[in-house]
Write a protein that binds this ligand. Structure first.
Ligand SMILES: C[S@@+](CC[C@H](N)C(=O)[O-])C[C@H]1O[C@@H](n2cnc3c(N)ncnc32)[C@H](O)[C@@H]1O
Length: 206
Protein backbone atom coordinates (compact mmCIF):
# COMPACT_ATOMS: atom_id res chain seq x y z
CA UNK A 1 0.00 0.00 0.00
CA UNK A 2 1.51 3.38 -0.92
CA UNK A 3 1.30 6.37 1.42
CA UNK A 4 -1.69 7.95 -0.27
CA UNK A 5 -3.65 4.69 -0.04
CA UNK A 6 -2.68 4.41 3.62
CA UNK A 7 -4.06 7.84 4.48
CA UNK A 8 -7.19 7.50 2.34
CA UNK A 9 -7.96 4.30 4.20
CA UNK A 10 -7.39 5.90 7.61
CA UNK A 11 -9.73 8.81 6.95
CA UNK A 12 -12.33 6.60 5.23
CA UNK A 13 -12.55 4.15 8.12
CA UNK A 14 -11.96 6.20 11.30
CA UNK A 15 -13.82 9.14 12.78
CA UNK A 16 -11.59 12.22 12.68
CA UNK A 17 -11.92 12.69 16.45
CA UNK A 18 -10.86 9.11 17.20
CA UNK A 19 -7.36 9.20 15.67
CA UNK A 20 -4.34 9.47 17.94
CA UNK A 21 -3.36 12.94 16.67
CA UNK A 22 -6.82 14.49 17.24
CA UNK A 23 -6.93 17.87 18.96
CA UNK A 24 -10.13 19.76 19.73
CA UNK A 25 -8.03 22.91 19.38
CA UNK A 26 -4.44 23.13 18.16
CA UNK A 27 -3.51 25.44 21.05
CA UNK A 28 0.26 25.34 20.71
CA UNK A 29 0.03 25.97 16.94
CA UNK A 30 -2.39 28.85 17.45
CA UNK A 31 -0.13 30.40 20.07
CA UNK A 32 2.86 30.28 17.74
CA UNK A 33 0.83 31.70 14.85
CA UNK A 34 -0.42 34.55 17.07
CA UNK A 35 3.16 35.20 18.23
CA UNK A 36 4.21 36.04 14.66
CA UNK A 37 2.17 39.23 15.15
CA UNK A 38 1.09 39.07 11.50
CA UNK A 39 -2.28 40.46 10.46
CA UNK A 40 -5.32 38.47 9.44
CA UNK A 41 -4.34 38.76 5.78
CA UNK A 42 -1.20 36.65 6.37
CA UNK A 43 -0.89 33.78 3.91
CA UNK A 44 -0.85 30.60 6.01
CA UNK A 45 -0.45 27.01 4.81
CA UNK A 46 -1.24 23.99 6.97
CA UNK A 47 0.84 21.18 5.50
CA UNK A 48 -0.69 17.73 5.91
CA UNK A 49 -3.55 19.45 7.67
CA UNK A 50 -5.77 16.43 7.17
CA UNK A 51 -9.02 16.86 9.09
CA UNK A 52 -7.37 19.13 11.69
CA UNK A 53 -9.55 21.79 13.32
CA UNK A 54 -6.76 24.36 13.18
CA UNK A 55 -8.28 25.75 9.99
CA UNK A 56 -11.69 26.14 11.70
CA UNK A 57 -10.16 28.28 14.44
CA UNK A 58 -8.17 30.38 11.96
CA UNK A 59 -11.28 31.01 9.83
CA UNK A 60 -13.24 31.92 12.99
CA UNK A 61 -10.50 34.38 14.01
CA UNK A 62 -10.82 36.12 10.64
CA UNK A 63 -7.73 34.92 8.75
CA UNK A 64 -8.46 35.38 5.05
CA UNK A 65 -5.66 33.62 3.14
CA UNK A 66 -5.60 30.00 4.31
CA UNK A 67 -4.35 26.95 2.42
CA UNK A 68 -4.60 23.32 3.54
CA UNK A 69 -2.70 20.63 1.65
CA UNK A 70 -3.00 16.91 2.29
CA UNK A 71 -2.38 13.64 0.49
CA UNK A 72 -5.84 12.41 1.39
CA UNK A 73 -8.95 13.65 -0.42
CA UNK A 74 -11.03 11.92 2.26
CA UNK A 75 -9.34 13.99 5.00
CA UNK A 76 -9.91 17.26 3.18
CA UNK A 77 -13.52 16.30 2.57
CA UNK A 78 -14.07 15.76 6.34
CA UNK A 79 -12.72 19.26 7.05
CA UNK A 80 -14.74 20.82 4.22
CA UNK A 81 -18.00 19.21 5.36
CA UNK A 82 -17.41 20.38 8.92
CA UNK A 83 -16.70 23.96 7.83
CA UNK A 84 -19.74 24.15 5.57
CA UNK A 85 -19.95 27.43 3.66
CA UNK A 86 -16.76 28.68 5.38
CA UNK A 87 -14.84 26.01 3.43
CA UNK A 88 -15.20 28.21 0.35
CA UNK A 89 -12.83 30.76 1.85
CA UNK A 90 -9.98 28.21 2.15
CA UNK A 91 -7.67 26.97 -0.63
CA UNK A 92 -7.65 23.17 -0.56
CA UNK A 93 -4.88 21.20 -2.26
CA UNK A 94 -4.75 17.43 -2.61
CA UNK A 95 -1.15 16.36 -3.09
CA UNK A 96 2.11 15.00 -1.75
CA UNK A 97 4.08 17.72 -0.04
CA UNK A 98 7.35 16.31 -1.40
CA UNK A 99 6.10 16.66 -4.99
CA UNK A 100 3.87 19.72 -5.06
CA UNK A 101 5.01 22.80 -6.97
CA UNK A 102 4.26 25.98 -5.07
CA UNK A 103 4.55 29.54 -6.35
CA UNK A 104 7.66 31.30 -5.05
CA UNK A 105 7.35 33.39 -1.87
CA UNK A 106 3.66 32.58 -1.54
CA UNK A 107 3.34 32.00 2.22
CA UNK A 108 4.01 34.06 5.34
CA UNK A 109 3.51 31.08 7.68
CA UNK A 110 4.22 27.40 6.98
CA UNK A 111 2.66 25.12 9.62
CA UNK A 112 3.13 21.36 9.88
CA UNK A 113 2.04 19.21 12.80
CA UNK A 114 2.89 15.51 12.61
CA UNK A 115 3.77 15.28 8.91
CA UNK A 116 7.52 15.94 8.51
CA UNK A 117 8.26 13.09 10.94
CA UNK A 118 6.88 10.56 8.42
CA UNK A 119 9.68 11.44 5.99
CA UNK A 120 12.10 8.67 6.88
CA UNK A 121 13.88 8.94 3.54
CA UNK A 122 16.44 11.75 3.34
CA UNK A 123 15.53 12.46 -0.31
CA UNK A 124 11.95 13.19 0.79
CA UNK A 125 13.15 15.47 3.59
CA UNK A 126 15.36 17.27 1.11
CA UNK A 127 12.42 17.72 -1.30
CA UNK A 128 10.28 19.04 1.58
CA UNK A 129 12.88 21.60 2.66
CA UNK A 130 13.32 22.72 -0.96
CA UNK A 131 9.60 23.49 -1.03
CA UNK A 132 9.78 25.47 2.20
CA UNK A 133 12.72 27.42 0.77
CA UNK A 134 10.75 28.28 -2.36
CA UNK A 135 7.25 28.80 -1.02
CA UNK A 136 7.92 30.79 2.17
CA UNK A 137 8.66 34.45 1.70
CA UNK A 138 11.97 35.88 2.96
CA UNK A 139 11.62 36.54 6.68
CA UNK A 140 8.63 34.16 6.79
CA UNK A 141 7.66 31.90 9.69
CA UNK A 142 7.99 28.12 9.82
CA UNK A 143 6.29 26.07 12.55
CA UNK A 144 7.02 22.34 12.56
CA UNK A 145 5.83 19.87 15.18
CA UNK A 146 7.09 16.27 15.22
CA UNK A 147 7.33 13.48 17.75
CA UNK A 148 10.07 14.32 20.24
CA UNK A 149 13.05 12.10 21.00
CA UNK A 150 11.00 10.45 23.76
CA UNK A 151 7.87 10.24 21.61
CA UNK A 152 6.44 7.12 19.94
CA UNK A 153 8.41 5.29 17.25
CA UNK A 154 5.33 4.99 15.03
CA UNK A 155 2.35 7.12 14.12
CA UNK A 156 -0.71 5.62 12.41
CA UNK A 157 1.27 2.38 12.16
CA UNK A 158 4.02 4.06 10.09
CA UNK A 159 7.62 4.53 11.23
CA UNK A 160 8.65 8.08 12.08
CA UNK A 161 11.85 10.00 12.72
CA UNK A 162 11.87 11.51 16.22
CA UNK A 163 13.58 14.83 16.76
CA UNK A 164 15.21 17.12 19.27
CA UNK A 165 14.91 20.83 18.48
CA UNK A 166 18.51 20.94 17.26
CA UNK A 167 18.21 17.91 14.97
CA UNK A 168 14.93 19.19 13.54
CA UNK A 169 16.44 22.61 12.90
CA UNK A 170 19.47 20.96 11.30
CA UNK A 171 17.21 19.39 8.66
CA UNK A 172 16.30 22.92 7.54
CA UNK A 173 19.77 24.40 7.76
CA UNK A 174 21.30 27.80 8.25
CA UNK A 175 18.78 29.56 6.01
CA UNK A 176 16.41 29.22 8.98
CA UNK A 177 16.91 30.63 12.46
CA UNK A 178 15.55 28.57 15.34
CA UNK A 179 13.67 31.18 17.38
CA UNK A 180 11.77 29.03 19.86
CA UNK A 181 11.11 25.42 20.67
CA UNK A 182 8.74 23.76 23.08
CA UNK A 183 7.75 20.26 24.14
CA UNK A 184 4.10 19.26 24.33
CA UNK A 185 2.56 16.23 26.00
CA UNK A 186 -0.29 15.37 23.65
CA UNK A 187 -3.17 13.42 25.20
CA UNK A 188 -4.66 11.03 22.64
CA UNK A 189 -8.41 10.23 22.56
CA UNK A 190 -7.58 6.82 24.06
CA UNK A 191 -5.79 8.14 27.11
CA UNK A 192 -2.15 7.77 26.14
CA UNK A 193 0.41 10.58 26.08
CA UNK A 194 2.70 11.39 23.16
CA UNK A 195 5.64 13.77 23.44
CA UNK A 196 5.84 16.32 20.63
CA UNK A 197 8.46 18.98 19.93
CA UNK A 198 7.46 22.27 18.27
CA UNK A 199 10.10 24.31 16.48
CA UNK A 200 9.44 27.86 15.38
CA UNK A 201 11.95 29.15 12.82
CA UNK A 202 12.31 32.35 10.80
CA UNK A 203 13.50 32.12 7.24
CA UNK A 204 16.38 34.45 6.43
CA UNK A 205 15.80 37.55 4.34
CA UNK A 206 17.58 36.36 1.20
C1 LIG B 1 -0.76 12.38 11.83
S1 LIG B 1 -1.75 13.22 10.66
C2 LIG B 1 -1.71 14.91 11.24
C3 LIG B 1 -2.84 15.72 10.68
C4 LIG B 1 -2.86 17.19 11.15
N1 LIG B 1 -1.64 17.88 10.80
C5 LIG B 1 -3.13 17.29 12.62
O1 LIG B 1 -2.24 17.72 13.38
O2 LIG B 1 -4.24 16.94 13.03
C6 LIG B 1 -0.67 13.27 9.25
C7 LIG B 1 -1.31 13.92 8.03
O3 LIG B 1 -0.34 14.12 7.03
C8 LIG B 1 -0.86 13.72 5.77
N2 LIG B 1 0.32 13.34 4.98
C9 LIG B 1 1.17 12.31 5.21
N3 LIG B 1 2.16 12.32 4.32
C10 LIG B 1 1.94 13.39 3.49
C11 LIG B 1 2.61 13.91 2.37
N4 LIG B 1 3.74 13.34 1.90
N5 LIG B 1 2.10 15.00 1.76
C12 LIG B 1 0.95 15.58 2.22
N6 LIG B 1 0.28 15.12 3.30
C13 LIG B 1 0.77 14.04 3.93
C14 LIG B 1 -1.82 12.59 6.09
O4 LIG B 1 -2.79 12.40 5.10
C15 LIG B 1 -2.41 13.08 7.41
O5 LIG B 1 -3.54 13.89 7.20
Amino acid sequence: MDRKQHWEQVYSTKASDSVSWFQEHADQSLRLIHNTMLGKEAAIIDVGGGASRLVDDLVAEGYTDLTVIDLSAAALSVAQQRLGKCANSVHWLEGDITRTDFPARRFDIWHDRAVFHFLTDSADRHAYVERVMRAVRPGGHVIIATFAEDGPEKCSGLPVVRYQPESLHAEFGDAFQLVEHQKEAHHTPFGTVQQFVYCYCRKGNS
